[in-house]
Design a protein. Structure first.
Length: 246
């Protein structure tokens, strides 16, 4: 009896589908979802131009006119399409300025950084036993990654040495004279100006991108509806629908 029960249980277990089998069965029943093809802004605008221009051709226009798409409305949307083109061109121009400003900042920081770190390392050795100097000059810890804090640290160091004759005298013995300190501080001041220019350019780029997205969103909503009506209007004239690029 025991053997029979075992065989029966084994048979039932053998009939239970595995996880992989369930996945295969599920995928066989459900059709694969089509991947959405990404349309670039340039492609989107060009398609709109074709549809709105060809929609006014004598063979096509009467069908669209019946749906309420008269010449004035189609021309208005052509003008809006052109406006989005201009927003795109302006955004690209402003983005270019942002990239240039960022590159200028990074290049200048690289120029300043090596000398600054050398000065900090020398100061750490020179003021190893002077806790007050270490605090006043911000010698403890790593240099900050965030640009504003990095600049603040550097200015604290150079101003702290320049404005304290005792500190300046100690570093002078290590070969760092007042002219070197003054020039290094001027370089950090220039870095701060470049950061401000970069931040301004970044803000302009964000504003331009926001305006472009808003313009595209409004136009895209209208064009989607236009296409839906055009498909209905030209249902029996597929060749005319093709002329619209649909």
């Amino acid at each position: 009896m025991k053997r029979l029960k075992k065989r029966k249980i084994k048979k039932v277990l053998d009939q239970t589908p595995t996880v992989s089998e369930l996945k295969v069965a599920k995928s066989a029943k459900e059709p694969k979802k089509k991947r959405k093809t990404y349309v670039t802004l340039d492609e989107f605008l060009k398609k709109n131009e074709v549809a709105l221009t060809n929609g006014q051709l004598p063979a096509v226009f009467p069908y669209l006119d019946k749906m309420g798409y008269n010449s004035a409305l189609l021309n208005q949307k052509l003008a809006e399409n052109e406006s989005v083109y201009k927003l795109y061109a302006e955004q690209q121009k402003i983005l270019g300025k942002q990239y240039a400003a960022t590159d200028n900042f990074k290049r200048w920081k690289a120029t300043c950084h090596k000398t600054y770190i050398e000065h900090v390392e020398m100061a750490r050795l020179a003021f190893a036993e002077d806790i007050a100097a270490g605090v006043a000059l911000g010698l403890k810890g790593a240099r900050k990654a965030k640009a504003e804090l990095y600049i603040a640290q550097a200015k604290q160091f150079y101003k702290g040495v320049i404005e304290n004759s005792d500190y300046a005298a100690v570093l002078l013995k290590k070969g760092i004279d007042n002219d070197t300190l003054t020039l290094s501080l001027a370089n950090i001041d220039q870095l701060e100006k470049l950061l401000q220019l970069q931040q301004k350019a970044k803000g302009n780029a964000q504003a331009a991108t926001k305006a472009l997205k808003a313009g595209r969103k409004t136009l895209q909503k209208w064009m989607t509806e236009f296409k839906e009506y055009a498909v209905i209007a030209l249902k029996k004239k597929p060749e005319l629908l093709t002329m619209l690029g649909y």
